[in-house]
Design a protein around this ligand. Structure first.
Ligand SMILES: *Cc1c(COP(=O)(O)O)cnc(C)c1O
Length: 480
C-alpha cells in the first residue's frame, strides 16, 4: 500500500467508524445470523494478487457487521462494560505505527517511561497509598497488564515465590515440590472464574470461602480457614479480595481481610476489575477502604474508564518477588541501563508488550479527570434510575444493592419464570442481558455499559423488559 492510498483508506475508515458509533443505537444489539455464517461469504483461499482497499471497505458492512454484537450500543447490558473512546482509538493507530516491543527499557524507552508516569497519574487519581506509586521513590510501582486474569496470576506467582523463599529458610531440607504441595490460596465463592484459573495455572490449591448475607467475604471466615489449613499442615500464602464481583457487584470486607493477611503473612491481591474505575470519584473511595493493607491492586480501565481493551492496570508495593519469580536473563535481552527503569518483561507473563501507555495518555489528557468522573457518575445515576423503575413495579424485586452501574433484579417467583423472561428478551434481541445466581436464586443483570447511554435508553430497556414480562405472565395465566 502506497502512502497516498493509506491516507485515503484511513480517512474513509475514520468516516466509517464515526458513522458506526454515532448511529450504533439503530442497529440490533445482537446479531441474528447462525453459527458458520461467515465461511460461505469468504473465498476458500487468501488472494494471490492484492485487492483494492475499497473492496475491503465495502465488505465490512456485508460480511463483518451482520456478525457483530454491538457492545457499545446503549441497548447492551450484558456482563460488564468494555471501554471505547475516540482518543484511545487514535492512540492505538499511533501505537500501531511505532509498533515497538517494549520488553526492556532500551527496547523503547518512551514505552516504559510513559507507562511508569501514567500508572503514577492514575494511582494518584484513585488516591492509592503512596507505597504503590513509583514517584514515592520506594520499591512500589505500576504496570499495564493485558487483563485482570493475568494480574491475578502474576500476583499469585509472586506470592508463591515469596512464600517458598521464606519456608526454605525455616526448612532448608524441604524440596520445592514438597512446599508447593502444601501451599493454599483463598478467595470468596463469588470471585471471578479467572481467580480459580490462576490457581490451576499456578499449580496451587485454591479454597473458595463462603460469603455473608451481603455476598461479602469476611475476615473471620478467612481467619478460620487459615487456622484449619495450618492445623492440617498446609501453608496459606495468598488471598484475592474482590471489589465489585461480576455476579452482583458485591464488595469483600477488604479491611478485615487485610488485617488477617498481614497478621498471618499472606499476600493480599485486590481484584477491582470493574469497580476500580469508580474510585476516581471521591464519593466511591469508601469502597476500597483497607487498600493500604494490600500487596497488589488491579483494575481494568478497559472496562469503565474509556480506554480500549487491553489496559488492565496493576500496582505492587514490592515487585521484587514478581520480578524474581520470572527472571530469566539471556544475554540478548541484557542492556547497560538495567536497574534504572523497570524492565517490564519481568512483571508479566509474555515477553512482548505493545505501547499501551499511549492510549492512557491520550484519554487522560483529552477527557481530563473531570469528564472521566462525569462518565462514571452518569452511569451510576442511570443505574439508580433503572432501579427506581424496577422498584415501582411490584411484580419485580431488586437483588442486593445498587452501588455502581449494575442492577440485579428478578420477577418475584420461580427461577424458571425468570429464565423464561430472559429467553424471551434475548430471543428478540432488542436489548441484551445475561443472568446470574447468588446461591440458588437466579436473577437478571442490567449493566449500564455504553458511553452513548442516556436516560431515554434506560427507559427503552425498562419498557422492553416490562413488555416481555407482561407477555410472559399473560401466556402463563392463559395456559393455567
Ligand atoms: C471482568 C472481570 C475479570 C476479568 O477481567 P479480564 O481483564 O477479562 O481478565 C476479573 N475479575 C472481575 C471481578 C471482573 O469483573
Amino acid at each position: 500500500m502506497d502512502p497516498d492510498s493509506f491516507k485515503d483508506f484511513a480517512k474513509e475508515m475514520t468516516e466509517f467508524i464515526t458513522n458506526y458509533l454515532e448511529n450504533i443505537r439503530d442497529r440490533p444489539v445482537l446479531p441474528s445470523i447462525k453459527p458458520g455464517y461467515i465461511q460461505p461469504l469468504l473465498p476458500t483461499e487468501a488472494p494471490q494478487s492484492p485487492e483494492k482497499w475499497q473492496d475491503v471497505m465495502n465488505d465490512i458492512e456485508r460480511i463483518i457487521m451482520p456478525g457483530v454484537t454491538h457492545w457499545h450500543s446503549p441497548r447492551f447490558h450484558a456482563y460488564f462494560p468494555t471501554a471505547q473512546s475516540y482518543p484511545a482509538i487514535v492512540a492505538d493507530m499511533l501505537s500501531g505505527a511505532i509498533a515497538c516491543i517494549g520488553f526492556t527499557w532500551i527496547a523503547s524507552p518512551a514505552c516504559t517511561e510513559l507507562e511508569v508516569v501514567m500508572l503514577d497519574w492514575l494511582g494518584k487519581m484513585l488516591e492509592l497509598p503512596k507505597e504503590f506509586l513509583a514517584c514515592s521513590g520506594g520499591k512500589g510501582g505500576g504496570v499495564i497488564q493485558g487483563t485482570a486474569s493475568e494480574a491475578t496470576l502474576v500476583a499469585l506467582l509472586g506470592a508463591k515465590a515469596k512464600k517458598i523463599h521464606e519456608i526454605k529458610k525455616i526448612h532448608p531440607e524441604w524440596t520445592e515440590n514438597k512446599i508447593v504441595e502444601k501451599l493454599v490460596a483463598y478467595c470468596s465463592s463469588h470471585a471471578h472464574s479467572s481467580v480459580e484459573r490462576a490457581g490451576l495455572l499456578g499449580g496451587v490449591q485454591f479454597r473458595k470461602l463462603d460469603v455473608d448475607s451481603k455476598s461479602k467475604l469476611r475476615g473471620e471466615t478467612l481467619a478460620e480457614a487459615i487456622r484449619e489449613d495450618q492445623n492440617n499442615g498446609l501453608i496459606p500464602f495468598y488471598t484475592v479480595a474482590t471489589l465489585g464481583t461480576t455476579c452482583c457487584c458485591a464488595f469483600d470486607c477488604l479491611e478485615e481481610l487485610g488485617v488477617v493477611c498481614n497478621r498471618e503473612d499472606l499476600w493480599l491481591h485486590v481484584d477491582a476489575a470493574y469497580a476500580g474505575s469508580s474510585f476516581i470519584c471521591p464519593e466511591f473511595r469508601y469502597l476500597m477502604k483497607g487498600v493500604e493493607l494490600a500487596d497488589s491492586f488491579n483494575f481494568n480501565p478497559h472496562k469503565w474508564m474509556l480506554i480500549n481493551f487491553d489496559c488492565s492496570t496493576m500496582w505492587l508495593k514490592d515487585p521484587t518477588y514478581v520480578i524474581n519469580a520470572f527472571n530469566v536473563d539471556p544475554l540478548y535481552l541484557k542492556h547497560d541501563m538495567q536497574g534504572s527503569a523497570p524492565d517490564y518483561r519481568h512483571w508479566q507473563i509474555p515477553l512482548g508488550r505493545r505501547f499501551r501507555a499511549l492510549k492512557m495518555w491520550f484519554v487522560l489528557r483529552l477527557y481530563g479527570v473531570k469528564n472521566l468522573q462525569k462518565h462514571i457518575r452518569n452511569h451510576v445515576s442511570q443505574a439508580h434510575a433503572f432501579e427506581d423503575f424496577v422498584r415501582a413495579d411490584s411484580r419485580f424485586e431488586i437483588i442486593g444493592e445498587v452501588v455502581l452501574g449494575l442492577v440485579c433484579f428478578r420477577l418475584k417467583g420461580s427461577n424458571e419464570l425468570n429464565e423464561a423472561l430472559l429467553k424471551k428478551i434475548n430471543g428478540l434481541g432488542n436489548i441484551h442481558l445475561v443472568p446470574s445466581k447468588c446461591g440458588s436464586e437466579y436473577f437478571l443483570r442490567v449493566a449500564i455499559c455504553s458511553r452513548f447511554s442516556e436516560s431515554k435508553d434506560i427507559e427503552y430497556s425498562w419498557r422492553e423488559i416490562k413488555l416481555r414480562a407482561d407477555q410472559l405472565l399473560e401466556e402463563q395465566s392463559v395456559s393455567k
